[in-house]
Design a binder for this molecule. Structure first.
Ligand code: PLP
Length: 218
């Protein structure tokens, strides 16, 4: 068993039943993704459309590709034919373009609405008020199907704060889940997924704990 395969195995063993692992493989070469694939992993997350498209073209077709990053609208056409779930939908322009490109390839593309839960100014996403104003108008985008919410907690050692941010998002999720037919709450990364699972995560996005540290800036 390779190092990645044993890291994957221990991460999987630490997941609560029913929680899906999105293995975040951004910046990592295909050979390493294939090690995870051979160990059974099928859901991979990338944060750049072109990198994801290149990897998808050379890797097995049963992989489910998750776009987890900030989406540039002019790149959406490259992922529309194959992307499984777009986690980071954070503005109306993205919804509009996703809908347009999905229609072109006769698909309905699943996505998550990213809510701004962290204290940092830099994190993308809708505020609660903006999100609730948007929901009644989703029929404007018939080729986009919202499956739930995504969020990133503050980058802090303060576990109470992280928990509070996740719990607030879970409250918002639960408030609308039934009426909106939502089934996905994507919260939790390598450093905070244990907390996220206590706060209702259905999907965790884990990179470095599986593939090792990256050289990129966080
Ligand atoms: C990189 C990234 C992750 C994974 O981060 P790790 O700390 O390596 O687990 C999760 N979510 C998003 C949006 C990311 O950009």
């Amino acid at each position: 068993m390779t190092q990645i395969q044993s890291a994957l195995k221990s991460v999987c063993a630490s997941l609560q039943e029913g929680v899906e692992l999105v293995a975040v493989s951004k910046t990592k070469p295909v050979a390493l993704l294939l090690e995870a694939y051979e160990a059974g992993q099928r859901d991979f997350g990338e944060n750049k459309v072109q990198e994801m498209a290149l990897k998808a073209a050379t890797m097995p077709e049963d992989i489910r590709w998750h776009m987890i990053g900030h989406v540039q609208t002019n790149k959406i056409k490259y992922m529309a034919p194959f992307v499984h779930l777009v986690h980071g939908v954070d503005r109306e322009k993205v919804l509009k373009e996703l809908d347009k490109q999905a229609k072109k390839v006769s698909r309905i593309i699943d996505c998550l609405l990213q809510v701004h839960i962290a204290q940092e100014e830099t994190k993308f996403g809708w505020s609660v008020a903006e999100l609730e104003a948007l929901l009644p108008h989703m029929s404007l985008y018939p080729n986009v199907r919202v499956r739930g919410l995504m969020g990133m907690a503050s980058n802090t050692d303060d576990e109470h704060q992280v928990r509070r941010e996740f719990l607030d998002l879970n409250d918002l999720y639960k408030k609308h889940a039934q009426a909106q037919h939502w089934d996905t709450l994507s919260i939790g990364m390598s450093g905070d997924y244990a907390i996220a699972m206590e706060c209702g995560a259905t999907h965790v996005r884990i990179g470095s704990a599986v593939f090792g540290a990256r050289n990129d800036a966080p």
